[in-house]
Design a protein around this ligand. Structure first.
Ligand code: GDP
Ligand code: MN
Length: 381
C-alpha cells in the first residue's frame, strides 16, 4: 500500500525527521487559507501516488495566498500519469531556499535479505536514472535489524556524499529516524527525495514517499485509515474486499487459481505455450460458488480477456465442490468467453465428471490446460 507525500512526511516527522510546516487542501479556498496561515511563501504540491510531479507541473511555488490559490486552481483536477489530483499539500518554503538536494531512502535489499540505506548527493531527480547513468553516485549500506543504524554508517554515507561536517550529527539523526519509521510501520520503502540543505544550512525533508507491506496491514490500523482508494484500480479494490489476491496484467488469458505459488506457475506455463496472462488471481482457500463468481466477475471485467483458464488444486476443498461452485458461478455470471478447467487433488475425478456433464472444456495436466487456453484465444481472433 502506498501513502501520499503528506502522510509519509507526517510519519517521518513522528520519528524525528525535520519537515516543513504544511497542510492538505482540497480546494483553492483552503489552499489560500493555509498559505495565509503559513506566511504566504509556500509550495503547492499535487498529492498523487506517483513521482515526477515536479516535471508534470504538479509542484508550484507561490509567494502570496493569492498565488497559492491560483496554483491550487491549476493543480487540482490535473491528470498526472493517469491519476487525477484531488488534494494538494501546501508547505512552507524551505527557509532561505534550497542549496543542495540529496537522495535518502531505506528499502529492503531482497538479495541480501536486509534493510538497506540508499543515498546519493545527486538528489532531486529520478533515482532510477542516476542508478543507470552514474551508479557510482549511489551509496548503499546494509542495516543489521538487531543493531539499527550505527553512527559510523551514517558518517560513512555523509563522507562519501561530501556532506559538510557540521551536518553529520543531524544526518545521522535523520537516517536513524527514517529507519525507525521504516521498521515501526513495516514499510518496504521510506524515501526522501530530496532531503535538502536549506539556505540556512539545515537538513530538511521536502518530499516523502512510503510503501507499506500489505501483509502487515492487519496490525497497522492507523495506516489502513490512510488508504486512498481513489488511487487504486477498481478491480483491485473489489478483489481486496472479497479477500482475493488480484493483479491486473496486459494479456488476454484470464487466470483463476487457488494458491499464490500455483497462480505463478500457471502464468509461467501459459507463457511457455505462447499465451499471455491477463491477470494474477489467487482465489484463496475454499473455492465456494460465491467466491468463484466474484473472481469470475473480476476476470471478465477486463475487456482484453478472450479465454479463461481455471486451475484449482483441491486440498481441504474437494474437487466436486469446486466444480459445483464453478457451474453455479457461471449461472450467475453469464458469458460467451470460453473456459478451460483443470482440477487436481482431492476428488478431482468426481469434479471433472461434473464439469464434463456440463459440457465444459477440461484438462488433466496443467500444460494441456494452458495449451487449450492459448488455442481458445487464437480461435477467438
Ligand atoms: P516529485 O517531482 O514528485 O518528486 O516532487 P518533489 O516534492 O520532489 O518536488 C520536485 C522539486 O520541486 C524538488 O526537487 C525541489 O526542487 C522543488 N521543491 C519541492 N519543495 C520545495 C520547497 O519547499 N522549496 C523549493 N524552493 N523548492 C521545492
Ligand atoms: Mn521528489
Amino acid at each position: 500500500m502506498n501513502l501520499h507525500e503528506y502522510q509519509a512526511k507526517r510519519l517521518f516527522a513522528e520519528h524525528g525527521v525535520p519537515i516543513p510546516n504544511g497542510e492538505v487542501a482540497r480546494s483553492e479556498e483552503e489552499a489560500r487559507q493555509i498559505a495565509a496561515d503559513l506566511g504566504g511563501h509556500v509550495v503547492v504540491k499535487a498529492q498523487v501516488h506517483t513521482g515526477g510531479r515536479g516535471k508534470a507541473g504538479g509542484v508550484k511555488l507561490a509567494h502570496s495566498p493569492e498565488e497559492a490559490a491560483a496554483a491550487a486552481h491549476q493543480i487540482l483536477g490535473m491528470d498526472i500519469k493517469g491519476l487525477t489530483v484531488h488534494q494538494v499539500l501546501v508547505d512552507e518554503l524551505a527557509p532561505g531556499g534550497i542549496d543542495q538536494e540529496i537522495y535518502l531512502a531505506v528499502l529492503i535489499d531482497r538479495a541480501k535479505r536486509r534493510p538497506m540505506i540508499m543515498a546519493s548527493a545527486a538528489g532531486g531527480m529520478d533515482i532510477e536514472q542516476v542508478a543507470e547513468e552514474t551508479p557510482e553516485k549511489i551509496i548503499k549500506v546494509h542495516v543489521d535489524p538487531f543493531l539499527g543504524v550505527k553512527g559510523y554508517q551514517s558518517n560513512y554515507i555523509a563522507g562519501k556524499m561530501g556532506l559538510p561536517r557540521e551536518l553529520w550529527r543531524d544526518f545521522h539523526k535523520i537516517t536513524s529516524s527514517l529507519y525507525s519509521c521504516f521498521k515501526a510501520n513495516d514499510a518496504s520503502l521510506t524515501e526522501i527525495n530530496p532531503l535538502v540543505i536549506t539556505g540556512e544550512g539545515k537538513l530538511m525533508a521536502v518530499d516523502g514517499k512510503m510503501s507499506i507491506d500489505d501483509n502487515s496491514l492487519f496490525r497497522l490500523p492507523a495506516i489502513v485509515e490512510m488508504r486512498d482508494t481513489s488511487e487504486e484500480p477498481e478491480a483491485e479494490q473489489k478483489a481486496r474486499e472479497a479477500g482475493i489476491n488480484f493483479i491486473k496484467l496486459d494479456g488476454n488469458i484470464g487466470c483463476m487459481v487457488n494458491g499464490a505459488g500455483l497462480a505463478m506457475t500457471t502464468m509461467d506455463v501459459t507463457k511457455l505455450f505462447g499465451g499471455a496472462p491477463a491477470n494474477f488471481l489467487d482465489i484463496g482457500g475454499g473455492a465456494k460458488a460465491e467466491q468463484v463468481a466474484t473472481a469470475l466477475r473480476l476476470i471478465l471485467s477486463d475487456e482484453n480477456v478472450e479465454a479463461v483458464l481455471i486451475n484449482i488444486f483441491g486440498g481441504i476443498t474437494r474437487g466436486d465442490e469446486v466444480a459445483k461452485g464453478i457451474i453455479a458461478a457461471l449461472e450467475q455470471v453469464k458469458t460467451d468467453i470460453p473456459f478451460v478447467v483443470r482440477l487436481a487433488g482431492t476428488n478431482a475425478a468426481e469434479g471433472m465428471a461434473i464439469l464434463a456433464d456440463a459440457e465444459m472444456e477440461t484438462a488433466v495436466t496443467l500444460s494441456d490446460a494452458a495449451q487449450k487456453a492459448v488455442a481458445l484465444t487464437k480461435e477467438a481472433k
